[in-house]
Design a protein around this ligand. Sequence first.
Ligand code: BYC
Length: 336
Amino acid sequence: MYTQAMDTLARESGDALKPVRSTEEKLLEERFDARIDAGDFIEAKDWMPAHYRKTLLRQISQHAHSEIVGMLPEGNWVTRAPTLKRKLILLAKIQDEAGHGLYLYSAAETLGTSRDQMLNALHTGKAKYSSIFNYPTLTWADMGTVGWLVDGAAIMNQVPICRCSYAPYARAMIRICREESFHQRQGFEALLTMMQQGTEAQRAMVQDAVNRWWWPCLMMFGPPDAESPNSAQSMRWGIKRVSNDELRQKFIDATVEQAKLLGVTLPDPELKWNEERQQHDHGPIDWAEFWAVVGGDGPCNQERLGARVKAWDDGAWVREAALAHARKHTPQQQAA
Ligand code: BYC
């Protein structure tokens, strides 16, 4: 609908700018809200408010960027996996993540922004990706811990997105979540092997990895609800179904039990069961650290972005060759 492009701003009394909406647009918005309230899914060609489109594009493209940046800390360990079996599992997981990036970029493209534009935003530091991938993977136990905790947190956050009101995103998430489940289980199993069959040094390596990843994993769910600028509107539109704090709490409650099975300690002396709330209490999260990492000041931000930009530059010849091949096969070329 042409009205989607009519994002005109009119100067009202004073200096405040307010969008002018036609009667038709107001009607469209009412119908859209009614569809959301009825639990309908929105498809790419349906009318949607400009802000809904923008919010989705922001979240889906950030999610896609997280998948492909998330390949880097693991790629670091492919040549050092301890056995052939572990190497194959790790390679499969990393390939899955490339696939997740592709599904998500495709879902975002349905909203009218090209992949090149999204990647440009990533490479120039304008777009965000998950804070978690700005931490280093120092030992082999980090691979198991990333699978167990990082993918575990990702599943907790992503399962509700399978019911996101924007259908192309929801469809992509169903497949992604199935694969994430394998990722989490392989991580847990790798750690269990080290804890039950490993040496004292290997068990200490697992505990050290858990100590380093626990708090950054809790930050993955985003800022507390009261300080989350996007949550209220995203929940209203059914983009987010469960709040940042609720998901974080569910993750903590589930992980405490798994940690007992593994025989590791979670590095929070204040972590304890609260009978009244029927949930675990936990110690304070260092939000200053979170915002520093999100703002570009984490331990590996520069390295991660540098690696992505290099991969893009190194791949220029592939893109050029693919374009040349496509041009050769266009009907005009064939007719000539
Ligand atoms: N890191 O208002 P809020 C994976 C930003 S992939 C960086 O609560 P929202 C995996 C947020 O963007 C993991 N930035 O935002 C892959 C916002 O800034 P802008 C990625 C963060 O969007 C490979 C500001 O803080 N998962 O798991 O309502 C291997 C205020 O936050 C973070 C997804 O992307 C963060 N952790 O909620 C293994 C899932 N948190 O954009 C694993 C989809 C917040 O206004 N995304 N910010 O400048 C979401 O569910 C939501 O976007 C979030 C944030 C819960 C992450």
